[in-house]
Design a protein around this ligand. Structure first.
Ligand SMILES: [Zn+2]
Length: 417
């Protein structure tokens, strides 16, 4: 029997693989309150490289947390944002594959291929009524050709990667996601429909799809964009998915995957409402800020923990250009808002915590300070055991913050309110 992921799944995992239990505890709290969400541990190749961790360590941390807490439901390990070049080391330890084809978006397809594709989906040309979408979608041969030129190559590549994984691990042994989020322009609902038709023709049994949504998804801070427009497009995407599942025989549990870049609080309400209205499932990745909860926990512990958290900031400040470079398109740091290391060195524990903790309404919250630390995990990685030992020493305040953050600020507004 094929491996089918549950209706609600939540991306967890953390840079240093020390907070597995604290994260799972939040998911168990949601289960106690009646919502079953399954954890999907993820850690991208980029994170592994920055930290110098073994790919397989993600599986070890996940399994250990599940065993220690006696979690009875499923859990998964996600080979996050893989392609043919980097997938091999994930094959022995992952059962969820996020196939990233964003780089192939925009590579024009052969004219003959585009024509043949359009001929295979005549039902999409003209006025198309989709249940759940106000007014018909209007598509023409030309508009579909434009979408095909943009995405057909990427879809074919996704097929190639899928078949490679299946040839190694066996069909039905893993969950397949296709991601197109790390690209410049968002995909509109009509584009998503054309993409899904193409994915179905490639016979990829996708269970989750990660489009790029409208608006900015900066790392570790809230959504920037038109929330009402997001809500409408999100609902239209759900309608398009339901339609494509029926029309093209895609897996019935196919659901949206939101690569949130963490902490997109202002779209949680719209997402929750849309799920309630349609009964749709959801996969959401928002794991990246667990590392910031570690810093908050260190600072809260005061003494040597706070000292280390200050040292991380000072070094991140010194190296900010290099740390920000790989994340340039997904952070907006205002250098004028960054406190000097001297200033931070004079802060109390609560000043540090208030500046960092993601409470946008708090007068001391500093979004630039937060974003710099968010991309600054390399500094902690370089500290090696000194950092890891301090995590153990300050475990009480850290795990409390990790669990509370995930439960109160993420799971509750998304699934329980
Ligand atoms: Zn992504």
């Amino acid at each position: 029997m094929a491996l089918i992921i549950e209706k609600f799944s939540f991306g967890v995992g953390d840079r240093f693989a020390h907070q597995g239990k604290a994260q799972l505890a939040a998911i168990m709290k949601a289960a106690e309150q009646g919502v079953e969400i399954v954890p999907v541990w993820n850690k991208s190749n980029r994170e592994h490289q920055t930290i110098g961790s073994e790919i397989a360590s993600c599986r070890t941390a996940a399994d250990a947390a599940v065993k220690d807490l006696g979690w009875k439901h499923s859990h998964y390990v996600d080979a996050d944002h893989i392609n043919l070049k980097i997938v091999d080391p994930f094959l022995s330890n992952s059962d969820f594959y996020t196939i990233d084809v964003a780089d192939a978006i925009g590579t024009p397809a052969d004219a003959a291929e585009v024509d043949a594709f359009i001929d295979s989906i005549p039902e999409l040309i003209g006025s198309l009524t989709i249940p759940g979408i106000d007014g018909p979608l209007e598509m023409t041969r030309e508009s579909i050709a434009a979408t095909a030129n943009q995405y057909l190559k990427a879809v074919k590549l996704a097929g190639e990667i899928y078949r490679y994984i299946a040839s190694k691990n066996g069909e039905g042994t893993f969950v397949t996601e296709v991601s197109m989020d790390e690209t410049d322009s968002p995909q509109t609902p009509p584009e998503l429909l054309v993409i899904l038709a193409a994915l179905a023709q490639e016979k990829i049994p996708i269970q989750t799809i990660a489009p790029k949504f409208t608006g900015r998804f900066n790392k570790g801070v809230d959504y920037v964009g038109d929330v009402a427009q997001f809500e409408k497009e999100f609902e239209d995407d759900l309608a398009v998915i339901a339609f494509a599942v029926e029309k093209y025989g895609l897996p019935e549990n196919l659901k949206l995957s939101v690569h949130s870049g963490s902490d997109k609080f202002s779209i949680y309400g719209p997402i929750r409402r849309a799920l309630a209205k349609t009964g749709a499932g959801l996969h959401i990745k928002t794991a990246g800020t667990t590392w910031l909860e570690e810093l908050i926990g260190l600072a809260e512990a005061d003494g040597p923990g706070l000292e280390l958290a200050k040292e991380v900031y000072a070094k991140a400040f010194e190296n900010s250009a290099a740390l920000c470079e790989p994340y340039a398109t997904v952070i907006d740091i205002d250098a004028d808002q960054l406190p000097s290391p001297e200033e931070v060195n004079g802060w109390t524990a609560s000043q540090y915590v208030n500046a960092l903790r993601h409470d946008p309404n708090h007068p001391e919250f500093n979004s630039s300070f937060r974003q710099l630390l968010h991309v600054g995990y390399k500094i902690a990685a370089k500290m090696g055991d000194r950092y890891l030992n301090m995590l153990v020493q300050c475990e009480e305040s850290i795990s409390r913050n990790v669990t509370e953050n995930l439960f109160e600020r993420h799971l509750k507004p998304l699934f329980l309110d």
